[in-house]
Design a protein around this ligand. Structure first.
Ligand code: FES
Length: 236
């Protein structure tokens, strides 16, 4: 048992039921629990004991001001509690995602190289994201569909950003059983609605990524994204 843990354990025992503390701490030592769990328990006991101490003190004060001695009595446990938090911080902090994971949570994509009618696929959080620079004809096609004809009704305006209607950004996963639909390269078959075609079970998506025919139950998802400049988006 380290000196720090020994010290905090002694403090916890002083503030709470000693027998209970001895049993718990002995159990932890005997079963060789991780330092993190042990430190957290000691911290909990410290705070728990301090809580009762303060409650009793306030009750006995009967609205009198706290004396200097009372302040010192409370400051000591508070010091230990803060010390405990500081000791635990490295363990808590290591649970945070590292810079690499944060970078993958959102990605920036330069759209400038994508010509009209072309599409690219980028990976975001392990999923393919289709980005298509739609032609005017494709945009018109998407806008002129009656919502009543759609299995999963959604106007094209809701699936694109105002002022950037030519850009369609979809998670490129078929909503039936998760295949990757075809339609990204110019030579790909794009299905009956000129969008994407999933060959696994024959789902057809239109130029807005909406399901039009086949077993897929809903449109391809639109990931959260925003334009950070005219030619750059941030996904995630
Ligand atoms: S997974 Fe695409 S149609 Fe079944």
């Amino acid at each position: 048992m380290s000196f720090r843990v020994l010290l905090m354990s002694a403090f916890a025992m002083y503030r709470t039921e000693p027998v209970v503390c001895v049993i718990i701490i002995s159990y932890i030592e005997l079963t060789n629990q991780f330092l993190r769990a042990r430190s957290m328990l000691v911290l909990y006991l410290s705070i728990y004991g301090n809580f009762y101490r303060m409650e009793a003190l306030l009750a006995s004060q009967d609205n009198e001001d706290l004396t200097r001695r009372d302040f010192m009595t409370l400051a000591g446990p508070a010091f230990f509690a803060v010390g405990g938090v500081m000791a635990l911080w490295p363990f808590i902090d290591q649970m945070n995602p590292d810079a690499g994971a944060l970078a993958l949570a959102s990605i920036e994509v330069d759209l400038a190289p994508i010509a009209k009618g072309q599409a690219i696929t980028v990976m975001w959080r392990g999923k393919p994201v289709f980005i298509r620079n739609r032609t005017l004809a494709e945009i018109e096609e998407a806008k002129n569909v009656s919502l009543e004809d759609l299995p999963d009704p959604a106007p094209d305006e809701e699936r694109t950003k105002k002022g950037h209607e030519n850009w369609l950004v979809n998670v490129g996963i078929c909503t039936h059983l998760g295949c990757i639909p075809k339609g990204q390269s110019l030579s790909d078959t794009k299905g009956d609605y000129n969008g994407w075609f999933c060959p696994c079970h024959g789902s057809h998506y239109d130029t807005s990524g909406r399901i039009r025919k086949g077993p897929a139950p809903r449109n391809m998802d639109v990931p959260p994204y925003q334009f950070i400049s005219d030619t750059k988006i941030k996904i995630g």
